[in-house]
Design a protein around this ligand. Structure first.
Ligand code: TZP
Ligand code: MG
Length: 214
């Protein structure tokens, strides 16, 4: 498994975009396409089903040497032995936490990633001890339709200011990617542009090679 700082392509098994496909097959295709991290994102899915999906995906990412990230569900991340749990501002700060250490996990056992939408949120996420931060949504996105886009200004700020690994997210596709890279991002999260493609592995490889050029 690569060090987190060397990870650049962060992809998703998002239940909203499975379109009837087997999550295990999608996870395998994302691995074959060169993903460095894969997040299980299952909004409005019952906990037992999220846990079942996590158990299905975990051996696949493990075998491929890809980091598994569980969105929202810290306990499931621990139960299945995922490498990372990703939490939003509301899951972490609004729930009363200020330090990752307050989550009660040995830091080395499970990494924590936090979403951020503005510089002050990013500064407090880094100060809280998060292992990485997400910077976005850069562009409007149907994956998170109510979120206000942060624009490339926030990406440029991150490139100049953030000291932990950070990933640009939101509306990144093969067309917008060049501008995101030009703004200073070196790591990206991609949900719909990969999962809506007919060939997930091939689409993933296109992002990989565009990333590898910079
Ligand atoms: N957080 C900020 S934007 C976003 C999340 C989970 C969704 C990104 O999805 P897409 O489809 O790559 O725009
Ligand atoms: Mg969340």
């Amino acid at each position: 498994m690569k060090p987190l700082a060397d990870c650049r392509l962060y992809t998703f098994v998002d239940t909203a975009y499975l379109h009837g496909r087997d999550p295990a097959v999608v996870a395998q295709q994302l691995c074959e396409g060169g993903s460095d991290l894969i997040q299980l994102r299952a909004k409005d899915v019952p906990r037992d089903e999220v846990r079942r999906l996590a158990e299905v995906i975990q051996p696949i990412t493990k075998r491929a040497g890809v980091w598994l990230v569980i969105n929202d569900h810290l306990a499931i991340a621990r139960e299945v032995g995922a490498e990372v749990c990703h939490l939003g501002q509301e899951d972490f700060f609004d729930a009363g936490f200020t330090k990752v250490s307050q989550l009660g996990i040995p830091h080395s056992a499970l990494r924590i990633g936090l979403s951020t939408h503005a510089p002050p949120q990013c500064e407090r996420a880094v100060a809280a001890g998060s292992d990485y931060v997400a910077i976005g949504p850069v562009y409007p996105t149907g994956t998170k339709p109510t979120a206000r886009p942060v624009t490339l200004d926030y990406v440029r700020w991150a490139a100049a200011s953030v000291t932990v690994p950070w990933f640009a997210i939101g509306g990144i596709n093969l067309t917008t990617l060049d501008d995101v890279l030009a703004a200073g991002a070196r790591r990206i999260c991609v949900v719909s542009a990969i999962l809506n493609a007919p060939d997930v592995a091939a689409e993933c490889r296109k992002f990989r090679s565009q990333l590898d050029r910079v």
